[in-house]
Design a protein around this ligand. Structure first.
Ligand code: TEU
Length: 544
């Protein structure tokens, strides 16, 4: 079933270990996902992005791959996977795989062979001698650790890892690596997957290993962000693999600027179909995600407007497995969970671009009520805590940073019902279940016609069928401290999307009160003059 990029796609992210456990081991799995396909079909999505399900020692929950052509035994078998693809297809749902090719696991056969002295495989990785008794260069690491670790028993050789020690970076200067990856991609495409979400794809190709300019976040990154070598690789993968299968590719592009995004997904789609940008995710921090402040709606809106008006096509996402839950990031969302999450549904589905929903977002899941570091599994939270300790940051302050910023906030088990462990597992969940699951769960939402889930459903259906939402131009109308309003315009039709991004009612300017026809809204009643707390409204210029 060829399934190239389509403008009406709505993509749902599954983080397999947290979605649905079928065998009581406390980890979600593929049979669990299959058992929930009807739910996803009813939700109305047409594509699933599956976070990694490959064999992995799970140093970084599967983003450290030990075998690209094998399924993680805890998640099931290859037969289960094939069954998932087939069962999803019957329901009109395509599967997008996570392609993690900046690094492998240190337990991957290639790295093991390299360690055993095989020259061919040694050249798959980036191994260098230290300089003047120190490390090969001064680069930083995404997990706030040292990016160089001793290679095997060597006294003076190190391998590069921009993430955890167990995630050695691949050497993309070696053409053999490209051939391996082409082969891996074909393997999955032949199984019927419809495309890839490409992990940290803009950092693959390191121009040089020279020292970098000293900076707070990731010293050295100027040597590997969006390099010409990276563009070459992406063009080759598009031409020689993706095109052959008419497959889709979205790139996760860290630190990406507008200009870089344009180069990575220009109109002819010679590289990627679209990228995940990060700028709007910084609307509640001081430059580093660990230093959080109150969320600034204006900063968020400004960033959205900038990307919407500059790129032909964006990814519209507010949550994923690396991000805290978005509604918890609205400082004053307490008491407005329903309103804030439905407003985010309205916003996500009316911006121009492809909407992404992270599991649980459609029922308004919130950040975890973690009490101490011991409850947190994510490697990054632990390495960052170590670094902060090293810098002398006091324990209380460290905990505050971690509690708000930990990626585990977005990784808590899916809340299906008010049964034990929220219906996620009959065993002991790998990560604690959020304490609010008795109130916030799928079963309860299904009973509530005015609930969060049904609103997402409604907005997804509208997004998938209304031509103006699918392809209309984006025209900004108002960016204030609280109201975000924009039009979508196609031919004769004009829609107006309005969001109150705060927990206080606000008066609408006159020209926004005049639109006659309401297509959707998260308040059943209301006045034309005001937007209620976190109210979303979609209006049409004429009712004809
Ligand atoms: O994430 C890349 C990334 O840089 C961040 O979003 C990351 O989550 C971290 O917070 C940086 O501070 C991707 C994956 O989405 C993530 O889960 C992996 O851990 C990472 O790559 C390595 O594969």
């Amino acid at each position: 079933m060829p399934h190239h990029f389509r403008k009406d796609m709505v993509i749902y992210q599954i983080y397999p270990r947290s979605f649905q456990d079928s065998n009581g081991d406390g980890l979600g799995d593929i049979p669990g996902i299959i058992s929930r396909l009807d739910y996803l079909q009813q939700l109305g999505i047409d594509t699933i992005w599956l976070s990694p399900v490959y064999k992995s020692p799970d140093a970084d929950n599967g983003y450290d791959i030990a075998d690209y052509k094998a399924i993680h035994p805890a998640f099931g078998t290859m037969k289960d996977f094939d069954n998932l693809v087939a069962q999803a297809r019957v329901r009109g749902i395509g599967i997008v795989m996570d392609l993690v090719i900046n690094h492998t696991s240190d337990e991957h056969e290639w790295f093991q062979k390299a360690l055993a002295g095989d020259e061919k495989y040694r050249d798959y990785y980036i191994i260098r001698k230290g300089k003047d008794g120190g490390l090969p260069n001064n680069w930083g690491n995404f997990f706030a650790m040292c990016p160089w670790s001793k290679f095997g028993n060597s006294q003076d050789e190190y391998y590069l890892h921009l993430f955890a020690e167990k995630q050695p970076d691949l050497n993309w200067h070696n053409p053999a690596v490209l051939e391996e990856v082409k082969d891996i991609m074909r393997f999955w495409l032949q199984k019927g997957v419809v495309g890839f979400r490409c992990d940290v794809i803009n950092i693959l190709y390191k121009n040089t290993l020279a020292d970098g300019k000293k900076q707070l976040a990731l010293t050295g990154k100027e040597h590997y962000l969006s390099t010409p070598g990276c563009h070459e690789i992406l063009k080759t993968l598009r031409k020689e693999v993706l095109d052959e299968f008419n497959a889709f590719a979205v790139g996760e592009t860290v630190f990406v600027t507008l200009d870089q995004a344009k180069d990575l997904c220009h109109e002819d789609r010679a590289e990627l179909d679209m990228v995940f940008s990060f700028e709007h995710m910084g609307c509640d921090d001081l430059g580093l995600k660990w230093f959080k402040t109150r969320l600034s709606p204006k900063k968020l809106m400004k960033s959205l407007v900038k990307w919407q008006t500059s790129l032909d096509w964006n990814t519209n996402y507010f949550e994923n497995h690396d991000q805290p839950r978005f509604i918890s990031r609205f400082a004053d969302s307490d008491g407005f969970r329903r309103e804030a999450s439905t407003m985010m549904a309205g916003l996500t589905m009316t911006l121009r671009g492809t909407p992404f929903i992270h599991e649980g977002q459609e029922i308004g899941m919130t950040n975890g009520n973690f009490r101490c570091l011991k409850q947190i599994q994510d490697i990054e939270s632990h390495t960052v805590n170590e670094m902060a300790k090293h810098l002398g940051i006091p324990a209380k302050m460290r905990w505050n940073m971690i509690r708000r910023g930990t990626r585990d906030n977005g990784r808590m088990p899916m809340q299906w019902s008010d049964e034990k462990n929220a219906g996620f597992t009959t065993g002991k969940p790998w990560l604690k279940v959020n304490g609010d699951y008795k109130q916030v769960n799928v079963a309860r939402e299904q009973q509530d016609p005015n609930g969060v889930l049904n609103f997402w459903k409604k907005m997804i259906a509208l997004r998938k069928t209304d031509e103006v939402l699918i392809d209309g131009d984006f025209v900004p109308v108002l960016v204030s401290n609280n109201i975000f309003a924009f039009e979508r315009v196609l031919g004769e039709r004009r829609l107006l999307s309005m969001c109150n991004m705060t927990g206080k009612a606000v008066k609408l300017p006159k020209h926004l009160q005049m639109w006659p026809t309401k297509l959707a809204g998260n308040y059943p009643t209301g006045t034309a003059e005001y937007l209620q707390p976190f109210e979303f409204r979609l209006m049409e210029e004429s009712g004809e």
